[in-house]
Every structure is written in structure tokens, then in C-alpha cells.
Design a protein. Sequence first.
Length: 149
Amino acid sequence: MPGVEVLAEAEWRERGAAYRQRVRRFTGPHRERKRRGEAHPVLDFLFTYYSHRPARLEEWHPGPGVVLLGGAEYLGRPGYVADGGGARLDPPALPRLAPTAMFVRTLLTATAARPPRLSCFGLHEWAMVYRSPTPRHAVPHWRSPGHRC
């Protein structure tokens, strides 16, 4: 199959396990803080502002153009179809996600092509709650003169 990567079951399971291990560096501490009733204003941003569930972030997906041999467990997930003894993501099966996927692809491509701007030191995140009547966490009351990002 041209343009398609076929992964043996052992290989894609290994990739999935490695992915989950990387992601759990972030989801594990978040879960532990949540269990203790604590919040971290920066590290929990992904979970509170975007409402991403840790379990969903821990799910590995191969992306389009990859057949998972022996991957029948993926056939119950949205967008996956049977293909040659395995399963693959069929992007046209997810029409409502197509505009978002294209936007994200365009954004990431543009971002990767530009040099980083590292002079903000998280001020945008603080600005979202600065002088808010109901901040989610303690906010220092200061202004950064000449702040431009």
C-alpha cells in the first residue's frame, strides 16, 4: 500500500506504551493533585482551561496513514475502519473534525517555521485572570512595563 505504514502489533503496542509513559509525566501529577484537592495554576492549565481529561490524553492514536495489524480494538473508536487484517484511521469518517484538523495542521506548520519568542515568561497566562473578579488561583498584582509579545 503506497503512502501507508503498516505496523506489526508488537510495534504499535510498544509505541502506545511509550506514548502513555511520556504523557503520564503530566497526567499522573495532575491526578495526584486533584486527589489531594490541590491545584497548580500553570501545570493544570491544560486540564482546567481546555477541560481535557487525563484518560483521553493518555490514549495513543497512530494518526492517518497507519495500519495497526491486529488492531481490532480500534474498530470501535470513531473514525477507524478495518484494513488488511488491522485497523486504520479513515479521516473522511470524521467530517466534523476535518476543519479543526486542517486549522491545527496549518497552525503547527507555521509555528514550526518561525523562531521562538521566549520573552513572555508566562505573562499571557497570568493576564487571562489578572483583575478577574473570580480568579482560579492567587494572582500577583503587578504590571510588567514594556511587556510586548
